[in-house]
Design a protein around this ligand. Structure first.
Ligand code: NAP
Length: 243
């Protein structure tokens, strides 16, 4: 069953975790889904499972990004590609190139994807943007660079909502807590530290995040769900700190 006659969707960071769950959810709603990521094998598997179109690209290839989406009409954008480094190593222990990669993918590329897709949405007065934030933008979890990158997404989302006023384009920022994906493979250099971190509590499944996005998409077109914060029941940042 389709959602608001949305026909097309683009998901970045689509080949694993939350992105792949979103491709599956959007495909179930009969959308023609374009799945973009840099891992060709994982994308090919997802394409044969869901029928999505696969685009293999490093999302930091800015010119190629604009060229690819110049003539495409995207109804739903899940601006999802992102990563963290140095969860155990901390601010100064994280490599310079890792800092650049976090900002380059989580912030710069996310902005360019939006700028590539938005003109057609504005012309058609139609579309729903899903920005992938994090609870790291809401609470101090001890992840300064990653938190800053997701703080930028939070700020971008709020400012963009102002600029989109009158266009009928909807915008939702999703702020997940710990979710069982490949994210922690990249975030932890040491597999043992990773294993003890992810087994500490029952994490969210990627499908839980896709369900939250599905909810925001399905609300009537006069409704804008601006932000969803979603965590495992046992992850409680704040009074009892569990980042
Ligand atoms: N998992 C969590 O606990 C959590 C919590 C809050 C927010 N988030 C956010 O959720 C989003 C999705 O992450 P996830 O948890 O689903 O992790 P994931 O399974 O690692 O998925 C992220 C995807 O983005 C891709 N990607 C990274 N850099 C890229 C680049 N330069 N070009 C193209 N694709 C690139 C990754 O490809 P490779 O595998 O090749 O790197 C991967 O397929 C991210 O924005 C993350 O910050 C995750």
């Amino acid at each position: 069953m389709s959602i608001h006659s949305y026909q097309t969707a683009l998901v970045t960071g689509a080949s694993s975790g939350i992105g792949a769950a979103c491709v599956r959810m959007l495909s179930r709603h009969d959308m023609r889904v374009t799945a973009m990521d840099r891992d060709s094998d994982r994308l090919a598997e997802l394409a044969s499972e869901t029928g999505c179109e696969a685009i293999v690209m490093d999302i930091r290839q800015t010119e190629e990004l604009y060229e690819t989406f110049a003539d495409r009409d995207i109804d739903v954008l899940v601006n999802n590609a992102g990563l963290a480094h140095g969860l155990a190593e901390g601010f100064l222990g994280t490599g310079n190139d890792q800092v650049d990669e976090m900002i380059g993918v989580n912030v710069t590329a996310a902005i360019h994807v939006l700028r590539a897709v938005l003109p057609s949405m504005i012309t058609r007065k139609r579309g729903h943007i899903i920005a992938m934030g994090s609870i790291a933008s809401l609470y101090p979890l001890g992840l300064p660079v990653y938190g800053a990158s997701k703080g930028a997404i939070r700020s971008l989302s709020r400012h963009l909502r102002m600029e989109l006023s009158g266009t009928k384009i909807r915008h939702t920022e999703i702020c997940p807590g710990r979710t069982e994906t490949g994210f922690f493979d990249t975030a932890f250099g040491d597999p043992q530290q990773r294993a003890s971190f992810v087994s500490e509590i029952r994490l969210l499944d990627p499908a839980d995040i896709a369900d939250a996005i599905e909810y925001a998409l399905r609300t009537p077109l006069h409704v804008n769900v601006s932000s969803i914060e979603i965590t495992p029941v046992d992850q409680v940042p704040g009074g009892q700190i569990l980042g």
